[in-house]
Design a protein around this ligand. Structure first.
Ligand SMILES: Nc1ncnc2c1ncn2[C@@H]1O[C@H](COP(=O)(O)OP(=O)(O)O)[C@@H](O)[C@H]1O
Ligand SMILES: [Mg+2]
Length: 334
């Protein structure tokens, strides 16, 4: 079956005072029907830019330099703003870390939801209002009728995020893009919101692109995982393989930074150093300066994404060396 979304060698750049900077480099991935794909990586690695490229929400100075984004049978990079606007909210919805940035402060919660529904669906105002209240209940808001009459600023952060999810689901989108949806919330509310997204995914069969820097969230939610570093995909695999057999030194570093639940006193290690700036990308592997295993070749040449087993992709020369070794040993056996 064809995937719902296919991103093929996407390159996204920004015009800046220093000239053009490429923020996302040759990023490819697919999201299947009903699948949750997590995108992880530290701040500044290109997660948000990748997701904003899908509906071309890159602002004045951002643009897609090359690549293809296929959603069902449509090539999104060829559509104009109006065509994309019709897809946004109806077929692809987005939720962000800060719900206030997407909620209209001068409209009541009920009116915003009703408007969204009326904009995209063939419903009467009465039906739209009814559906708005139903959605608020569905995302776990008690006293939905009363909340519908309130303005966004009078709600707590957790409540606003629930409202955002209700808005995002108002038109039963095929794809939900959630960019750090729980980062601003405290742990208990975070767990409730994640449980809600999961439940809604089961009910509506929505595919999800979930952006997070939190591997705990990945373990909880994802089917497949894309690890990004400095604008590139450095590893892609299913969620089990990620936790059992991650191959890229960057992913391994991220994994060793998670606190251990069974031994919370264990010291947290985090990867020393920081992500290189997009204006000063090193030649060769972009992770070289932070990698304990970096060799001469890593400083000379950027590794391609090597495929190991079961579609596991890793951008690291070590993997090629191992493959080479196993080829040699199987050769020696014959
Ligand atoms: N509007 C912009 N103008 C210039 N550079 C940008 C802009 N938006 C993002 N970038 C750059 O693109 C890179 C990736 O950013 P982003 O996708 O926001 O990272 P992440 O979401 O992984 O934290 C960063 O280096 C960031 O500085
Ligand atoms: Mg981001």
């Amino acid at each position: 079956m064809k995937p719902l979304l296919e991103v093929d060698r996407l390159q996204t750049a920004f015009r800046t005072e220093q000239g053009e900077v490429t923020s996302v480099e040759e990023v490819s991935f697919r999201i299947g029907h009903g699948e949750t794909v997590a995108v992880v990586g530290e701040s500044g690695c290109g997660k948000s830019v990748t997701s904003l490229s899908i509906l071309n929400l890159l602002g004045k100075n951002g643009y897609i330099k090359s690549g293809k984004i296929t959603f069902e049978n449509r090539e999104l990079t060829r559509l104009n703003a109006e065509q994309l606007r019709r897809i946004r909210g109806k077929e692809i919805s987005m939720i962000f870390q800060d719900p206030m940035s997407s909620l209209n402060p001068v409209l009541t919660i009920g009116n915003q939801l009703t408007e969204t529904i009326l904009q995209h669906e063939d419903a009467s105002p009465g039906e739209a209002r009814e559906r708005a209240v139903y959605l608020l209940k569905r995302v776990g808001i008690a006293r939905a009728e009363a909340i519908a009459k309130q303005y966004p600023h009078s709600l707590s952060g957790g409540m606003r995020q629930r409202v955002m999810i209700a808005m995002a689901l108002a038109c039963r989108p095929k794809l939900l893009i959630a960019d750090e949806p729980t980062t601003a919330l405290d742990v208990t509310i975070q767990a409730q919101i994640l449980a809600l997204i999961k439940e809604l995914k089961e009910e509506f069969r929505t595919s999800i692109m979930l952006i997070t820097h939190d591997l705990g969230v990945v373990a909880e939610m994802a089917d497949r995982v894309l690890v990004m570093y400095a604008g590139q995909v450095v590893e892609e695999t299913d969620v089990y393989t990620l936790f059992e057999a991650a191959r890229h030194p960057y992913t391994q570093g991220l994994l060793s930074s998670i606190p251990h639940l069974d031994n919370p006193s264990e010291k947290l290690s985090s990867i020393p150093g920081s992500v290189p700036s997009i204006t000063q990308m090193p030649k060769g592997c972009r992770f070289q300066d932070r990698c304990a295993l970096a060799a001469d070749k890593c400083r000379r040449e950027c590794p391609p994404l090597f495929q190991t087993e079961n579609g596991h992709l890793v951008r690291c020369w070590l993997v090629e060396d191992e493959k080479h070794l196993s080829e040699l040993s199987s050769y020696a056996l014959h």
